[in-house]
Design a protein. Structure first.
Length: 151
């Protein structure tokens, strides 16, 4: 990976809708095909996992956001079993496995506390989960902003 690739990554991180021509102009490589080849190599080598839209869930009515801390019942392969079950529950947007006395933290988005209650019921029905503890997010100041990470 050279400096051109790093500049391309920085630009895509901030705005993945830029045209190849605009990316080339900003990084100093004026051939759209050269930019296209570099982006494809970055994908093939795993530097770019996917390009997706960042959705404002509150605009869609999903304004009830929670973080739930989960402790699992320790056993063989318990983390993979719990993670697979959590990933299938609608409304759970992030699942993180942690080190320490809490095994997972999950983020949910829902339209109301009643809707979240249904998500919590599904979480509570997972036999491999010992207990959960939920916090309601009142305000988000920064979310999935990797702009401060050096590329």
């Amino acid at each position: 990976m050279d400096e051109f690739d790093k500049r391309i990554l920085r630009l895509l991180r901030e705005d993945a809708t830029l045209s190849l021509k605009e990316i080339g102009k900003r990084v100093g490589l004026y051939s759209p095909s050269a930019i296209s080849k570099r982006i494809e190599l970055l994908r093939m080598n795993g530097y770019i996992k996917k390009i997706s839209a960042s959705i404002d869930y509150s605009k869609l009515g999903y304004s009830f956001v929670t973080l739930t801390f989960i402790r699992g019942k320790y056993g063989g392969n318990y983390k993979d079993v719990i993670a697979e079950k959590l990933k299938k529950i609608p409304g759970i947007v992030s699942v993180y496995f942690l080190l320490g006395d809490i095994d997972f933290v999950i983020e949910t988005v829902s339209k109301s506390k009643d809707e979240y209650s249904k998500i919590l019921d599904r979480i509570s029905s997972i036999a491999e989960i010992e207990r959960s503890d939920t916090r309601t997010v009142l305000q988000t100041y920064r979310e999935m902003d990797f702009g401060s990470v050096e590329v």
